[in-house]
Design a protein around this ligand. Structure first.
Ligand code: X2X
Length: 339
């Protein structure tokens, strides 16, 4: 990016951030005792940012202005892996991050990304709000981060392409696909015979536009809010994995907050996670037809052959070994026998 573009991008970013951080109630116009930054990689219009903004307003109100959370969407503070370093060293106080990317430092946080593990949202939420999520949160705490209880929904992921629909695993042979920076994503698409490239989300739109990669995979709500339909034509409903965002705080920043402020923050953030999940559920009813309206063409491949390939190429055996049989047993309580 040249200096001018970068400067105007920063200015735009600052304007959005300022708009998101506008105090709702003028009586809290005085400076907050704690002003914390919350960074994420999603567009401001994504339900995650809408629900987080509501939570931030409520937290400010209930703490009588003591804690102000300023939201920085769209990777304004840095790409995914940069923000991950910032929240660990305290430069960033709050961050939402895919469990699979967090798996770079907390391996078990990637466990929900095992291919085709959850058949629907009912099973998924009982796992993530139950002992599977608890297991992950315990490990997140060990790296100096404080996870909120509820994971936020990104969604079941679907493969998009500029040139051709994906109907069967054979269509993925040699397919150049962008995946997030995460070992499990690379492993999954290698098992399918594709050629995955790890990339932070902030680079995806341009990579697709300039055809550095042929495709990518993400949930429909994100295709819409990040306008990926402008640079992708086909969407294949593979539902190959579910992905969600852990809302984490830097441990020292969290501990600096008085106990009552912490309680208010945790309660409102977890309530917002539930609201965000509901917003995505509502959007699911209309998002496909919206994307079709923008010219995307959908197909629904049979998942059977994809799962078979993963089995045959030892994907499940490899990850069972990596996660360990104890964590794997918790996963299989929800997924049924894998591999
Ligand atoms: O990078 C992605 O594809 C995204 C936005 O879905 C995640 O953060 C994992």
């Amino acid at each position: 990016m040249n200096t001018t573009t970068r400067r105007s991008a920063l200015a735009r970013g600052a304007a959005t951030a300022a708009a998101l951080a506008l105090p709702v109630l003028p009586r809290f116009a005085r400076a907050a005792e704690f002003t914390y930054k919350y960074g994420n990689n999603l567009p401001p219009t994504h339900p995650m940012n809408i629900a987080a903004k509501k939570a931030a307003d409520r937290i400010k109100e209930e703490t009588k202005g003591r804690l102000e959370i300023q939201i920085f969407p769209s990777s304004q503070l840095g790409a995914d892996t940069d923000m991950m370093s910032q929240v660990r060293n305290g430069a960033l106080e709050f961050y939402t991050q895919s469990g699979l990317v967090l798996a770079n430092i907390v391996p078990v946080a990637g466990i929900n990304g095992i291919g085709f593990a959850f058949k629907d949202y009912d099973v998924l939420w009982s796992a993530m709000d139950g002992d599977l999520g608890a297991l992950v949160r315990t490990e997140i705490e060990k790296v100096g981060l404080v996870p909120m209880k509820r994971i936020w929904d990104n969604g079941f992921r679907q493969i998009t392409s500029g040139a051709k629909p994906i109907n069967s695993p054979a269509d993925l042979n040699g397919f150049k696909i962008r995946v997030p920076v995460s070992p499990i994503w690379v492993s999954l698409f290698k098992a399918f015979g594709a050629s995955p490239t790890s990339m932070n989300f902030s680079e995806v739109y341009t990579a697709l536009q300039t055809k550095i990669v042929d495709g990518q995979e993400n949930p429909l709500t994100l295709l819409e809010s990040a306008k990926l339909y402008e640079v992708q034509k086909f969407c294949s409903l593979t539902n190959h994995m579910w992905d969600g965002f852990w809302f984490v705080a830097n441990r020292r920043a969290w501990d600096r907050l008085p106990a009552d402020v912490r309680d208010i923050a945790a309660r409102n953030l977890d309530a917002a996670a539930l609201e965000q999940r509901a917003m995505l559920r509502d959007q699911a009813k209309t998002v496909r037809s919206k994307l079709e309206g923008f010219g995307m063409v959908f197909n629904s491949p049979d998942s059977g052959p994809f799962r078979e390939v993963l089995k045959q190429r030892g994907f499940y055996a490899e990850w069972k070994d990596k996660f360990g049989s104890q964590a794997w047993a918790v996963l299989e309580k929800y997924s049924g026998k894998l591999g």
